[in-house]
Design a protein around this ligand. Structure first.
Ligand code: CTP
Length: 408
């Protein structure tokens, strides 16, 4: 079978001199079985003929948001829907700035804004434009949103200057795309979890000190909500048990709101017997306050110290592991050091089937960011490292690892 059979790729071309090289990339992707849909800015069409791209890919090239034709609804929405990858090659300083600002004033930028798939760009421009703090800050913003950004090469640029800004060799770009495409397996409309009952926990727990104060942690809930979202989209019947977060419950998911670890435990145990898969993405507090006050605690006189006695919370995942029947259990480990050793220890101690580990000391993985870089350890000895990607794409990796093991 061809390497990229069933992959839908949006190749977004912006208007730099390197735009003509996008034709080679389009040709290579097509030869390997992908459906390649090109979207061009007006300036790009000056550098590379849309007819070339159309002939190479066999699909109409989109340049205008307002075109209609058989099979086309709203063009940028249709283009983005179900894509496995969106790649901007080359990305000019202008298009990078527009994407970073969320501007959607042409077919390319509107498609980018509507895309929920893994995102890639290969910037190419004059060295000074690349090094300008505005461009660098924009790239930083995009990295923070999960874009995979390939740094430009050093060399002689079209403007005659020598420095960084050159589009990398097409073969090098192809290697990057291949890595992303083979890692991202989500096929459009795939409902491989239909009929499965999946319980997901997410967010922090809060452990009350008194009616106005609590102990908690920095979990945003984004990873767990992403897992619940994708599991529901892939056809599962999903129950999301969430600690307090600022997020909206995903569509099509049964939602139970809890605060403390003990409440989370009760909510999970009440549903456990009927579950096929439990994914414990919540950052459950390990300790709770032994005697929370029923009134607001007041400062007293000149007392400069206060002691809270803490009790160990029940370990929900461990309890589920010990009572396991048909359920497939997935735990998480957020570590700052000795990741592999701790992750494997947790996998065994909690009788989980998979342990999803991430290094929260990285700025682009872990708490309150939209990206994650995960390693999955399996009780069957499997171990796989995934590329840095959006939390939604990471959720798919996790669900792929589950689906592969529960025989669907
Ligand atoms: N977990 C749980 N109940 C707890 C604590 C954690 O179910 N009381 C689950 C989490 O949802 C996660 C995994 O166990 O899936 C995390 O393991 P844990 O060892 O508790 O993580 P840390 O508290 O970060 O571990 P440590 O203090 O050992 O670093």
């Amino acid at each position: 079978m061809e390497k990229f059979a069933n992959k839908k790729i949006v190749l977004a071309v912006s208007g730099g001199i390197a735009a003509y090289k996008a034709a080679d990339v389009a040709s290579w992707l097509t030869k390997n079985g992908a459906q390649v849909h090109c979207v061009l800015t007006k300036a790009a069409a000056e550098f590379v003929s849309p007819l070339v791209l159309q002939s190479l890919t066999g699909y109409p090239v989109v340049q205008d948001e307002f075109v209609t034709g058989p099979g086309w609804g709203i063009v940028h929405i249709e283009l983005a829907a179900g894509a496995d990858l969106l790649a901007v090659i080359p990305a000019t300083a202008n298009i990078i700035a527009k994407i970073a600002a969320g501007i959607a004033d042409d077919a390319l930028t509107s498609t980018v804004l509507a895309a929920t798939c893994p995102l890639f760009m290969a910037p190419a421009m004059n060295t000074h434009m690349y090094e300008n703090p505005a461009t660098q800050q924009n790239l930083q913003i995009l990295r923070g949103r999960g874009w995979q950004i390939m740094p430009p090469d050093n060399g002689r640029l079209a403007c005659g200057a020598v420095g960084q800004g050159k589009l990398p060799a097409v073969e090098a770009i192809e290697l990057e795309l291949e890595q992303l495409l083979l890692a991202a397996t989500a096929e459009p409309g795939r409902r491989d979890l239909a009929g499965k009952r999946v319980l997901v926990t997410a967010g922090p727990t809060t452990e009350p000190i008194d009616p106005v104060r609590y102990i908690s942690n920095r979990s945003s809930g984004k990873m767990g909500y992403a897992v619940a979202t994708r599991a529901a989209e892939r056809g599962a019947e999903v129950l999301l048990v969430s600690g307090p977060t600022a997020l909206q419950p995903p569509d099509g998911v049964r939602f139970v709101q809890v605060e403390s670890a003990c409440q989370m435990r009760e909510a999970v145990l009440a549903e456990y017997a009927a579950c096929d898969v439990v994914i414990m993405a919540a950052a459950v507090a390990d300790y709770r306050v032994a005697e929370p006050a029923d009134h607001k605690i007041k400062k007293t006189g000149d007392n400069q110290e206060m002691t809270l006695r803490l009790l160990r919370n029940p370990d929900i995942l461990q309890e589920l592991g010990e009572a396991k029947q048909q359920q497939f259990l997935v735990g998480f480990a957020a570590e700052t050091h000795n990741l592999e050793e701790y992750a494997k220890g947790k996998l065994a101690a909690k009788h989980a089937d998979l342990l999803v580990a991430n290094d929260v000391s990285r700025a682009d993985a872990g708490f309150d960011v939209d990206t994650n870089q995960i390693i999955i350890f399996a009780a069957d000895g499997g171990r796989q490292t995934y590329p840095l990607t959006t939390k939604l794409a990471a959720a798919d990796y996790i669900l792929d690892a589950v689906a592969a093991r529960i025989n669907i």
